[in-house]
Design a binder for this molecule. Structure first.
Ligand code: DGY
Length: 327
């Protein structure tokens, strides 16, 4: 019997490849740094039964339409805004993702970014290493306090909740905005639900954790940054598309807000001449929210298990479009 074909679009942990090889013939784009070129992807999916993808690929209508045998798309991520879910569902293709396993790790990074931005850790590090530190001075590299401040979390999902838990350790006052209120989070963590405008006006730290997609596109723009306090810090570890980057640049350069910590950008990798990268009050990271060795390995294994389940005709462990099972 011929094995089904799986296209893996990037180098992933060896264990996940070995697991897939027990069930499928694997095409691997074996590069650490470079995403698979779209023309290679289009060619390789022609006879593929499954695509193992990640946030840096575009699995759009054209890719899916080029794959007549496709049964499963599995992304090694919780977010799936890079996949045409509507068209995949119309075609009866199951789409899997990896929620849950990355929440604590992503919350760790979000909090690290918040602390680094508030206390100017990266700026201080560069200052020392470049030999600019010539004397101790009372107001050198002064930042913002975290302990006792108000954090406003936009998007109270699993990651938001994990960030809120960390905030309690810092004696922070926690506000949140979400599609639906989460009474259990309010009860357990003392978080207070509020409207987004109120959250923006009252928070010292605004942390964006909303999923990407059409409904959240440019959720933060001129109006929203304009509502924030002049000493407030904006943190984004969700999706770059959730932010109007030109508006963020204006807010940061005109002193409407104090600083931003960004793990995600509209275009990734971010071009080095991107205006936001020229600002001293921006701390930038290369989309590494879930990037601990253990978590990325777990995500890789879950994404592989999703593929195997789909190829065997079973329900995926974590399905994005359960309606494919309705017929
Ligand atoms: C996700 O899982 O969606 C992250 O952005 C990548 O880990």
């Amino acid at each position: 019997m011929d094995f089904p074909k799986v296209v893996i679009t990037r180098r992933i942990p060896r264990q996940a490849i070995e697991l897939l090889e027990q069930h499928a013939t694997v095409f691997l784009w074996d590069k650490e740094e470079d995403a698979i070129p779209q023309e290679v992807l289009l060619e390789e999916v022609k006879d593929a039964h499954a695509i193992y993808t990640n946030v840096s690929d575009r699995i759009d209508r054209e890719v899916i339409a080029s794959a007549p045998l496709l049964k499963v798309i599995s992304t090694m991520a919780v977010g799936f805004d890079n996949i045409d879910i509507k068209y995949a569902t119309e075609r009866g293709i199951a789409v899997g993702h990896t929620p849950g396993v990355l929440s604590e790790t992503t919350a760790d990074l979000t909090f690290a970014l918040l602390m680094a931005t508030a206390r100017r850790v990266v700026e201080g590090h560069d200052y020392v290493k470049s030999g600019k530190w010539t004397s101790w001075s009372p107001m050198l590299m002064t930042g913002q306090d975290i302990y006792g401040a108000t954090i406003g979390i936009i998007g109270m999902g699993r990651i938001g909740e994990a960030v809120a838990r960390r905030a309690t350790g810092f004696g922070m006052n926690i506000l949140y905005y979400n599609r639906n209120p989460r009474p259990e989070v309010e009860e357990q963590l003392g978080a207070k639900y509020c409207l987004m405008d109120d959250l923006l006006q009252e928070s010292d730290y605004v942390v964006l954790l909303a999923p990407g997609g059409i409904g959240t596109n440019k959720l933060m723009g001129d109006r929203e940054f304009g509502l924030m306090k002049p000493h407030a810090i904006f943190i984004n570890s969700s999706r770059g598309t959730n932010v109007d980057e030109a508006a963020l640049y204006r807010a940061l350069s005109e002193g409407q807000i104090w600083a931003a910590g960004l793990d995600v950008f509209d275009v990734e990798p971010t071009p080095t001449d991107h205006p936001l990268l020229s600002l001293p009050n921006v701390t930038a990271l290369p989309h590494i929210g879930s990037a601990s060795i253990a978590t990325r390995t777990n995500m890789a294994m879950i994404a592989a298990q999703n593929i195997i389940a789909g190829l065997l005709g079973n329900e995926l462990l974590h399905i994005v479009n359960p309606s494919v099972y309705e017929n």
